[in-house]
Design a protein around this ligand. Structure first.
Ligand code: GCB
Length: 550
């Protein structure tokens, strides 16, 4: 890790970037020879097993801002999970997928020669060996989350070159808003071996590139008069308005929105107006591409979310790509940003450290995004266990120590209570007549117990596209709609009670899971199919979302 910041490598006069995406060569170690690549040292370029087709440019020319030289960095958007070699030398490793990491490579690249990058990826989580059942060396993966455990390089790999001194990090926060003024605080960190004593100037430009405010120094406060606030869809005519913070002299352009969040025991408010979330739990998953970033799928997904009149989504169950998050900022979708932590149950110190590290990386990456309005510190933990209380208290407090400007969610110790409930599906299967009663009872009980706003972050039913019955039975499109209808009745009554802050259906689209006899080719709870075609549920949901005002 070259420094602490993880700014997306945006090109500017002082930062050149080169995409290293393309078709990488693969070598696969099979199930019983997992360590073969390491034992045979595939990362040594001479073996030619794992090399990239186009070697990265060795030195990008044209950076003359600082005669002291340049800093060259590789950024990996997400690698599940492992280590990187350059020219046979291990230069970094990163545990956990879904979050970017970078490494300074200035001293590792050979000028004028091909350079070989090797990335070891591995989907290993916990292996189960059973010598009675399996041949020697064979293992079976076991994990307690219900989505397919893809390994690989899922997001862009970017090479960037900056002057020796460069902008390593920027933090920007709206501290207050009124009709006539928005105040944002900013702080800039410089990186590099020689920190030059240039004065830093922070300039704010509006969406038409007109200078509207500025300040000097590494930290400061900027006041924008008559600001165009950042609003999500449906709350204001102006949606997703972004300014640009230009930090000079080592230029970095950071888009940001001016908007202020606060919350209390019954609601979450944006620029003083209460928010009602109507959206989706999602996955980065699609036919053919699996979890790999695909801009076409991204565009389609946002088109469908706009069509259905959603205003939000949760990044279940891990942080999504920065390319996807950029669109949420631009198109005005509220994001509940979730750290990769699903179904935790052992709560020891090692786990706590890994959990905190992932939160730190997530907040480091997404802290400047106007779309991110809540941090989710995990999904469906075994929080009924006594030992979990102390654990989650520490995780929540740690999250607040990194960012006080957004609420934290999951269950107790939190600012907003999120619940996932599958009445009529996982419990009392097929009994749709119980759903309204049970949902109202459950949500009310959570609010009464903790005096916090409640958000339903999952409810839904699996439906095989095209399957219909009368009367409606589980797995049909008809039952999916009946289940939604009964939940909607509960949500309407709960809204009147004043503490339900949203309804997030599971899931946007069908997605891949491990093979299980109760999941026909995957999780079928999508409102859209895995190919993004609407089920009947999509039309039904659209009618509701269109008439729900936030
Ligand atoms: C859940 C999980 C989600 C699953 C879903 C299901 O409670 O949070 O990851 O996909 O149930 O469909 O089983």
């Amino acid at each position: 890790m070259h420094a602490t910041g993880i700014l997306y490598p945006r090109p500017s006069e002082s930062r050149e970037t080169l995409s290293l995406d393309g078709i990488w060569k693969f070598a696969i170690a099979n199930r019983s020879e997992q360590n073969k690549g390491f034992e045979e040292k595939w990362y040594q370029a001479a073996l030619q097993h794992v090399t990239i087709m186009t070697s990265p440019k060795t030195r990008i020319l044209g950076i003359t801002l600082d005669e002291l030289g340049i800093t060259e960095i590789f950024l990996f958007g997400s690698v599940n999970y492992f280590a990187i070699w350059i020219n046979g030398v291990e230069v970094t490793s990163h545990s956990g997928g879904y979050l970017p990491f970078d490494v300074e490579v200035t001293d590792h690249l050979k000028f004028g020669h091909p350079n070989f990058i090797t990335v070891a990826v591995n989907s290993k989580i916990v292996y189960h060996n059973d010598s009675q059942r399996y041949p020697a060396g064979y293992y079976e993966q076991q994990y307690n989350f219900a989505f397919f455990n893809y390994a690989g390089i899922h997001r862009p790999v970017i090479f960037s070159a900056t002057p020796k001194t460069y902008i390593d990090d920027i933090t920007i926060n709206t501290t207050s808003v009124s009709d006539s003024e928005g105040t944002v605080s900013y702080s800039v960190e410089l990186g590099g071996s020689k920190i030059a004593a240039y004065s830093v100037i922070a300039k704010v430009y509006d969406s038409r590139d007109r200078l509207v405010a500025q300040s000097k120094g590494l930290t400061g406060e900027i006041r924008v008069t008559n600001p165009n606030l950042w609003w999500p869809r449906g709350m204001n005519e102006s949606v997703g308005y972004l300014y640009t913070l230009k930090v000079l002299t080592y230029k970095y352009l950071l888009p940001f929105g001016i908007r202020f969040i606060h919350w209390n025991s019954t609601g979450v408010y944006l620029n003083g107006k209460s928010v009602y979330f109507k959206g989706f739990g999602q996955h980065e998953d699609a036919s053919l591409r699996g979890r790999g970033l695909d801009l076409v799928t991204l565009t389609k997904d946002y088109n469908l979310m706009r069509w259905i009149e959603a205003n939000s989504f949760r990044t279940s169950h891990y942080p999504y790509s920065e390319e996807l998050m950029d669109l949420a900022d631009q198109q005005g979708f509220l994001v509940i940003d979730e750290v990769p932590a699903v179904g935790l149950d052992n709560f020891d110190d090692d786990l706590l450290e890994a959990h905190k590290q992932a939160l730190k990386e997530l907040i480091q990456r997404d802290k400047n995004r106007p779309a991110v309005v809540m941090w989710s510190i995990g999904n469906e933990q075994q929080s009924q266990k006594q030992v979990s209380a102390h654990y989650f208290e520490r995780v929540s407090n740690y999250t607040r120590s990194l960012d006080l400007a957004r609420p934290v969610t999951m269950a107790q110790f939190l600012d907003v209570i999120c619940i996932n409930r599958y009445f009529g599906w996982y419990s009392d299967t097929g009994h749709s007549e119980l759903i309204t009663y049970q949902m109202i009872k459950e949500v009310t009980a959570w609010h009464d117990k903790h005096l916090k706003p409640v958000l339903v972050t999952e409810y839904g039913a699996g439906a095989l596209a095209g399957l219909h019955t009368d009367p409606p039975v589980v797995w049909t499109e008809d039952y999916q709609v009946v289940l939604m209808e009964q939940n909607f009745k509960a949500f309407d009554q709960l809204r009147e009670m004043g503490f339900l802050i949203g309804e997030i259906i599971w899931n946007f689209a069908d997605f891949a899971t491990p093979q299980e006899y109760f999941r026909p080719t995957g999780c079928m709870k999508g409102v859209f199919t895995r190919d993004r075609q609407p089920k009947f549920a999509a039309h039904f949901l659209r009618r509701r979302y269109a008439q729900l005002f936030c």
